[in-house]
Write a protein that binds this ligand. Structure first.
Ligand code: ADP
Ligand code: MG
Length: 502
């Protein structure tokens, strides 16, 4: 595994490092909203999924959705976090046209989930990947706001409240993320966890999972002081990059933002704590608003909701129902199938890939199967822009091909030809091999005959190979050619060596 090396940016006055903490908003995969029975269906006509509670009509009372609470606990357990049997809902007061209540119901002082940790795998192009532990500070439940639509009419803004009141899990990390690649990897890993748990569908295009990235810069050595003391004054002032929903933009935005802050500090200025937006077209971040401090929101306990008290027995019941998580699956693939960490990572990056591999590998050579799945099959799907679910070759069929390689019916080279025919719809591997007569020739008599002919016809090469045994490859090539690629390469080598006396 690659070491975790510090990510440094060269400034005019020396090196800088980046420090990041992320806040992820993950929409709970629930059919109903957090405090009302209104539907959460995506793409409904504007203002159709709105109950009187979501529209904040006077006198309406919120009622907590037990299913959403369960998903928050489930996610907390997946993050190896403390589950708080006592938590409480607070009102976070601010004005937005798409927030009719004038406040958001959130959890401030007493979140449902406390500290946890995830192991983040970071892919480094051209190198082996590495991992780092990222501490989780908390996870709390809160309501989403509605949506203001500014581009339908030049003179007015429309409001769609379908999203108003939808349950979100806000997952806050500690500032343990240290490079643009690590930030993207953190979101990727967290997304894989919630998808595996089934608590959020992870659809970033629809905004169902989005990240606010808090970025600050400091001199080398400062971060270590912060970790020793827990004193944030060792770190720089942070800016929050809001609502990022693409891995590529996350990295671009952080790189831009870190350099912007470095330039400000180096020219004698001060970074303002603010919320910024990334403009992917310009590749820049720009100020959206100055960042409020918690006390600006005038948080207070929501008088319409009782504190949330959950029983330990329920937590244990949920714990017992947790599925295998991506990092556990990866470790199992390494151990049980003898796969490399890299291959295990690729195959467990989503549940469909893992299931496909496990079906294809059942009772077969697992390493060979992993190679075929990750290289030949994924290579083909990537090239064609297809999802695994659209694969023309099923897991069972690919397994059939692998069996033919393992039992020496066909060589690896011929197998590629057979695979191409399977993709073209010619059917199962065994039938293709039969139909086209592609079986490997292991009959030594037949190979010997070809070898004898080639030796007899090439006395110069024979003299040469006795001098230089490394030219044996020439004979192997001739025999393979004469056999249409079907001769068993090992048998060919053995017979040639015996006959040539080398
Ligand atoms: P807020 O609710 O105002 O956004 P939080 O205390 O919830 O503030 O912290 C938000 C995020 O900012 C957390 O993920 C935290 O780790 C991160 N963070 C705090 N200080 C810094 C800093 N100096 N540099 C980078 N990230 C930071
Ligand atoms: Mg926050």
């Amino acid at each position: 595994m690659t070491e975790r090396t510090p990510y440094r940016i060269k400034g005019e006055t020396g090196d800088w490092e980046v420090v990041m903490g992320l806040e992820i908003h993950a929409q709970v995969a629930s059919n109903a909203k957090l405090f009302s029975g209104a539907s959460t269906t995506f793409g409904a006509a504007p203002n159709c999924n709105v109950s009187l509670v979501d529209a904040a009509m006077p006198g309406m009372l919120p009622v907590i959705n037990r299913f959403c609470v369960e998903q928050a606990i489930r996610t907390g357990l997946g993050l190896k976090a403390q589950i708080n049997t006592y938590s409480r809902f607070d009102r976070k007061n601010y004005f937005y046209p798409d927030l009719p209540q004038g406040y958001q119901i959130s959890q401030f002082a007493h979140p449902i989930v406390g500290e946890g940790e995830i192991e983040v795998d970071v892919e480094v192009p051209g190198k082996e990947d590495y991992s780092f532990p990222c501490r989780i500070e908390r996870l709390h439940l809160e309501q989403d706001a509605g949506k203001s639509i500014h581009d339908m009419d030049p003179n007015s803004t429309y409001v769609d409240l379908n999203r108003s009141g939808v349950a979100l899990m806000e997952i806050v990390s500690k500032p343990d993320v240290r490079s643009p690649a690590e930030a993207a990897a953190y979101v990727k890993n967290l997304r894989a966890i919630v998808i595996a748990l089934g608590t959020c569908d992870g659809d970033m295009e629809k905004g169902n999972l989005r990240a606010d990235v808090n970025v600050s810069v400091c001199r080398p050595g400062q971060y270590e002081k912060f970790r020793e003391t827990g004193d944030f004054s060792h770190l720089g002032t942070r800016c929050e990059l809001k609502n990022m929903n693409s891995y590529r933009f996350i990295q671009q935005a952080i790189e831009y933002e870190a350099r912007r802050q470095i330039e400000i500090i180096e020219s004698g200025g001060k970074v303002d704590q603010e919320t910024r937006l990334f403009d992917p077209v310009k590749g820049e971040t720009r100020s959206m608003r100055s960042k409020e401090d918690a006390h600006d929101y005038r948080y207070f306990p929501d008088p319409d909701l009782l504190p949330l008290e959950v029983e330990q027995a329920w937590i244990e019941e949920i714990r017992a129902s947790l599925p295998e998580l991506p990092d556990q699956k990866r470790a199992r693939f390494e151990k049980d199938y003898g796969l490399s960490r890299y291959d295990a990572g690729v195959l467990t990056s989503d549940a469909d890939k893992a299931a496909f591999f496990e079906e294809a590998a059942k009772g077969r050579d697992a390493k060979l199967t992993a190679n075929w799945v990750t290289q030949e099959l994924f290579g083909y799907l990537n090239k064609e822009g297809l999802e695994l679910s659209q694969s023309p070759v099923s897991a069972g069929s690919l397994g059939g091909l692998i069996e033919l390689i393992s039992n020496d019916t066909i060589s690896g080279k011929i197998a590629k030809d057979v695979f191409a025919r399977m993709i073209a719809g010619e059917g199962e591997a065994a039938a293709i091999v039969e139909k086209h007569g592609l079986k490997q020739v292991t009959d030594t008599g037949a190979i010997e005959k070809v070898v004898d002919e080639i030796i007899a016809a090439n006395p110069d090469q024979v003299a040469k190979v006795k001098d230089k045994p490394q030219t044996l490859g020439w004979f192997v090539g001739q025999v393979m050619k004469a056999s249409g690629g079907k001769a068993n390469p090992k048998a060919v080598n053995d017979i040639l060596k015996a006959k040539l006396g080398i």
